[in-house]
Design a protein around this ligand. Sequence first.
Ligand code: UDX
Length: 454
Amino acid sequence: MQTSDTEWMDKDLTKSLRVSVIGTGYLGTTHAAGMAELGHQVIGMDTDEDKVARLSAGQVPFYEPGLPELLQRGLASGRLSFTTDYAEVAAKADIHFVCVGTPQQFGNDAADLRYVDASMRSLAAELTTPCLVVGKSTVPAGTARRLASRLRQEAPAGDDVELAWNPEFLREGYAVQDTLQPDRLVFGVSTASSEQRLRDVYAKVISDNDCPVVVTDLATAELVKVAANSFLATKISFINAMAEICEITGADVTTLAEALGHDSRIGPRFLKAGLGFGGGCLPKDIRAFMARAEELGVVQAVAFLREVDAINLRRRARMIDLAVEELGGQVDGKRIGVWGASFKPDSDDIRDSPALDVASALQSRGADVGVYDPQAMDNARKKYPELGYCRSAVDAAEGADLILHLTEWEEFRMLEPQRLDGIIRSKHILDGRSALDPESWRAAGWTFRALGRP
Ligand code: UDX
């Protein structure tokens, strides 16, 4: 028998759980809207009143494809709301997901746990009834165990408050997809009842997508996230190390990566050579991992990450050297058009952005740099007010002596080189992401160079 839409909703709502999501950044906002989409009754919490007001009005304070629609659907369903009040969170939910940020400490490689500690403490003070607290933030090894005992000590409900760890692996630009159709779910739990509650929360995700669930202890669950990000960073730096070799031997790193990727043991993903990784996760997570390993006396186990980080930063230096070379050794007074500001395409996030790092280094050497990015202009302007900003990719090329392609937005790939005839001063382009087609640029009379390619 077929069920009507309303019957399905009613049936779904009977399984609806009372969920809170604490911290409404990239992760928390997506998680809250995703939980509401799954049919749960969700309250999102943040200490930032402005953010809460915007989210309550259906506005996502950052660029993430598909998320505004998901948020608005959640609000319209009546299943999603936001607050700044921990007491309301404790009263309205039995499962609390903690999604606050763990940035790099200032002047130090270790993770800054002040937001995790503060949110756990504020939440604990309000927990008077049995509940499950679920950490999602990326934390150093040993954090979950420490927090579990502190929660029990500080919460009025004492031993009736359990802690689980459920790391997230969402990528910016694909956050909605990664939340509703993840590759896998990891549940770090101490009891069978915590596992069952997490299975109930994610029942639809597990059944609709046949999503594998790895059930483990707290220590393993928190380590999965840092290990995954370390592996991804290592894969990128591996291919970028090969790019360094290619630059000396005249080999082509993109063809090398293609040939490696056909080996099913290696796989083609995360083998894109170029300016390397940036963003709010990979760089700070590998550094925090090294810092924690040192505290634990096992620094040798992750010593290779120091090299992974160094290779990554060397790509930025190499791009600057290439730009100087391309300008005939004279940067001062030259005009450089920079395409891309975000740390990767389909995001307005500029945290540790390789593109802006390169742009600002060239500007400080005396170049007149004009940046264009499809989404990250406002964020870039705030952090790098000294740079010039342009209305379009073509505008950035106006009178330029050199174009640097630093973030591989589709818009840049689609741009025909002929479009810049009569606009650019000197037809020189450096592709920092190996994403443009060298043949068509060369055919249009340009000097085209890319990292790791002949
Ligand atoms: C990453 C992880 O992928 C995700 O699982 C985790 O939850 C958060 O950190 P994200 O930071 O959104 O996600 O970006 P990702 O797509 O992983 O890219 C990271 C950086 O690596 C970007 O700067 C990207 O340009 C770069 N990159 C990626 C490469 O240089 N080459 C590649 O082949 C892939």
